[in-house]
Design a protein around this ligand. Structure first.
Ligand SMILES: [Zn+2]
Length: 469
């Protein structure tokens, strides 16, 4: 076996004794011989991460052959599970490929010396948590909405220029969320509700954590059962001076985020989900205050989820028109994988922080499928041609109302020709460099976008490591 023990000044005899020991150790891992593995390790702890033929570690061999108890033991001793072999596979990839799901799960869930990447669950992206029950059926119930506005339990979020009033907190959650939304009650905002320029949007009701038992709900009417008796939330956008609005909050550290792309990523998952909805709808009101069909003034309806034209002759009042409802703009965002499977294509825009590269992305055009949009955008921006496209997950991105449709795509060509009007640079990055950059701090030439972005999650998905790490 080829070894990586070339440090120190060893004689050829010592070298071969070392080689022999590593070979024995790796053989024990491959056979599932826990007793021998432990005996060798207690004698020579440095064997733990040694590699043999093609860069395989003991963990990889144990994962390949389905030895769950060995994998467990090696992880408990702190072995490095992010090592890759000469085919750029981690132990997780190997376990997954050979169908040892219980081992793959073990490798994906176990903490690895402080490499936690946040609290997102697999397939859940930031801004995508449905914190509130939207109760869309209640939006047309004007009397119910009006009563809820005056309810002392109702929560109001106050927006200025589409940014929510928030305050900086001491981070206690451990996931880096250090900004909290300021919550107001009816009495603190009722004057704003009277002003014609104020936009009010019904967001939904808090979800019941403990649903009522069958004995207590049996006497309720159907309507009461359909409408949970939990506090409802509204968002208000006010055109009043922001400094004056801030005086309404008792907390002196409150502020309206000036750079939403950065500041809104500091909320916890629950509040980020609410902001995703509120900010997009408020931004729509801001940009569509007049009828897109005839240019007449419009009125707010359905709890702020519809605008109707006030011109009785307008075409938009006949039939169904999507101009009456908040818009969502589909964007494809894709990690393009090299035909060899071991490199990915990342690009950077000049506005990115230094050394940051991310997935390519672009708006879906009318009459275009997701797959075609991926192929077109990748070729336009980088000159690389793409074959198969696979959907992975999506993310609402309220800047102001995109839906990021995350895909993996396999390249069929590799030459890069950057469209400098769109991006500044694009490069193929080897898997090991991406792994290093993501888990071992900023790499000299590569910084990956933060975990709240779907680009980060698409890259994580590719390197085969569970988001819960
Ligand atoms: Zn109109």
């Amino acid at each position: 076996m080829i070894l990586s023990l070339c440090t120190g000044r060893m004689t050829s005899l010592q070298m071969s004794a070392q080689e022999e020991m590593v070979e024995k150790f790796l053989d024990a891992a491959a056979r599932g011989d826990l007793k021998q593995l432990c005996a060798l390790l207690s004698h020579t702890p440095s064997l733990l991460n040694q590699t043999g033929y093609s860069g395989w570690t003991a963990l990889m061999l144990a994962a390949r052959n389905g030895h769950h108890h060995l994998v467990e033991k090696l992880l408990s001793l702190g072995c490095n599970k992010l090592c890759t072999n000469s085919s750029s596979q981690t132990a997780y990839d190997i376990a997954k490929f050979w169908g040892h799901r219980h081992i793959a799960r073990l490798l994906s869930l176990t903490d690895d010396g402080g490499l936690r990447g946040g609290t997102l669950s697999p397939q859940e992206n930031y801004f995508s948590r449905e914190t509130l029950d939207r109760l869309s059926g209640k939006r047309s119930d004007a009397a119910w909405l009006e009563a809820k506005q005056r309810d002392p339990d109702t929560v109001y979020l106050l927006f200025s220029n589409r940014s929510p009033m928030a305050t900086v907190t001491k981070d206690t959650s451990g996931d880096g969320a250090d900004v909290k939304l300021c919550r107001f009650r009816y009495n603190a905002v009722k004057d704003l509700l009277q002003k014609p320029a104020t936009v009010l949007v019904f967001l939904g009701a808090e979800r019941t954590k403990n649903p009522p038992s069958s004995t207590t709900s049996s006497s309720s009417s159907q309507t009461e059962q359909d409408t949970p008796d939990t506090p409802v939330w509204f968002a208000i956008n006010s055109d009043e001076d922001a400094a004056e609005l801030l005086k309404r909050c008792e907390n002196s550290s409150c502020f309206f985020p000036k750079t939403p792309n950065r500041d809104l990523l500091r909320l916890d998952e629950e509040e980020a989900g609410v902001v995703a909805q509120a900010r997009s709808v408020l931004a729509w009101h801001d940009r569509y205050s007049f009828c897109p069909t005839c240019g007449s003034p419009t009125s707010l309806q359905e709890g702020g989820h519809k605008r109707s034209c006030l011109n009785p002759d307008c075409r938009s009042l006949k039939g169904v028109h999507n101009t009456c409802y908040p818009r969502v703009d589909p964007v494809v965002i894709m990690l393009v994988i090299h035909p060899d499977g071991n490199q990915c294509l990342l690009g950077r825009k000049s506005i990115f922080p230094a050394r940051m590269f991310s997935c390519l992305a672009g708006f879906v055009e009318p009459g275009e499928t997701i797959e075609e949009a991926v192929r077109r955008e990748v070729e336009e921006e980088s000159g690389v041609k793409v074959g198969p496209v696979q959907y992975v997950s999506c993310q609402p991105w309220p800047m102001p109302s995109s839906l990021m449709i995350g895909c993996h795509a396999i390249a069929t060509s590799t030459d890069i020709k950057v469209d400098e009007d769109e991006i500044e640079d694009a490069q193929w990055f080897p898997r090991q460099q991406v792994v290093d950059s993501m888990f071992r701090g900023a790499h000299q030439t590569l910084v990956i976008p933060p975990r709240q972005t779907i680009a980060h999650q698409l890259i994580r998905h590719w390197i085969g490591i569970n988001s819960n790490l």
